[in-house]
Design a binder for this molecule. Structure first.
Ligand SMILES: C[S@@+](CC[C@H](N)C(=O)[O-])C[C@H]1O[C@@H](n2cnc3c(N)ncnc32)[C@H](O)[C@@H]1O
Ligand SMILES: Nc1nc2[nH]cc(C(=O)O)c2c(=O)[nH]1
Ligand code: SF4
Ligand SMILES: [Mg+2]
Length: 221
């Protein structure tokens, strides 16, 4: 059984694949926050910008097996598979997708002609076969997934220097300014704006690329 908060067609807004047409499948639930505002203060991850509670979002629901969820995702890709001139792409996110994403679902997406990406907090190991792994470490939550395609750190986080991650096996290192619009003031680790702090870090440390949440600028999901 898979629990999905929402699933929809959009453009990947973040990271190296920004701008790519994608079906987003947002699983319900996370291991670093309950998703309830009254628990945010005590959570391991306190700056989350996402509602991942329940299965009531657009295209959400409960799916009894991999085939039924994979068929649902294929239906959200607005072209006959193989006809759009590029490979169909699904991004599994959440919540924390590695609580639910398994080999059966990855295989089912590959069988249907999709490339498979994941956005994970890195606290759980990724199953084999994922085509694009984005790890976004959180506070002091121990990292189990120490390799992948991109490491995308939300910046700044208290006591979390980017240099801690720069020796890991990733092809790309990105810093993404923390969106603080919904974060209580006392959790904001700097008086400088996250945007300014991130710009300055990337200018001083060229290993790190600047990643904007372009979907928020564009006003899409
Ligand atoms: C909502 S998370 C879901 C996937 C997974 N749980 C994770 O944390 O990577 C998706 C992406 O949004 C990023 N994100 C969450 N809250 C953010 C915020 N306030 N500002 C910028 N990026 C944020 C996360 O770091 C992650 O890269
Ligand atoms: N357009 C768009 N791009 C995204 N990239 C990562 C997202 C996420 O929440 O995982 C996200 C999202 O929520 N929307
Ligand atoms: S780990 Fe990801 S989904 Fe979970 S609370 Fe943090 S940003 Fe949100
Ligand atoms: Mg998002």
């Amino acid at each position: 059984m898979y629990s999905v908060k929402e699933a929809f067609y959009t453009l990947q807004g973040e990271g190296i694949q920004a701008g790519r047409a994608s079906v987003f499948c947002r699983f319900s639930g996370c291991n670093l926050w309950s998703g309830r505002e009254q628990d945010r203060e005590r959570a391991q991850c306190r700056f989350c910008d996402t509602d991942f509670v329940g299965t009531d979002g657009q295209g959400g629901g409960r799916f009894s097996d991999a085939a039924s969820l994979a068929d649902h995702i294929v239906e959200l890709w607005p072209f006959p598979v193989g006809a759009s001139g590029s490979v169909p792409y699904v991004v599994f996110t959440g919540g924390e997708p590695l609580l639910q994403l398994d080999a059966a679902l990855i295989d089912a997406m590959h069988q249907r002609g999709f490339e498979v990406a994941v956005e994970t907090n890195g606290t759980l190991p990724a199953p084999p076969g994922i085509d694009w792994i984005c790890v976004s470490p959180k506070g002091d939550a121990p990292l189990a997934q120490t390799y992948g395609n991109e490491l995308k750190l939300v910046y700044p986080q208290r006591d979390l220097a980017p240099a801690r991650f720069s020796g890991l096996e990733f092809d790309h290192f990105l810093l993404q300014p923390m969106d603080i619009s919904h974060v209580p003031e006392h959790h904001i680790p700097t008086t400088e704006s996250p945007m300014q702090a991130t710009l300055e870090y990337c200018l001083s440390n060229p290993l790190w690329r600047f990643s904007l949440q372009t979907h928020k600028i564009a006003g899409i999901a």
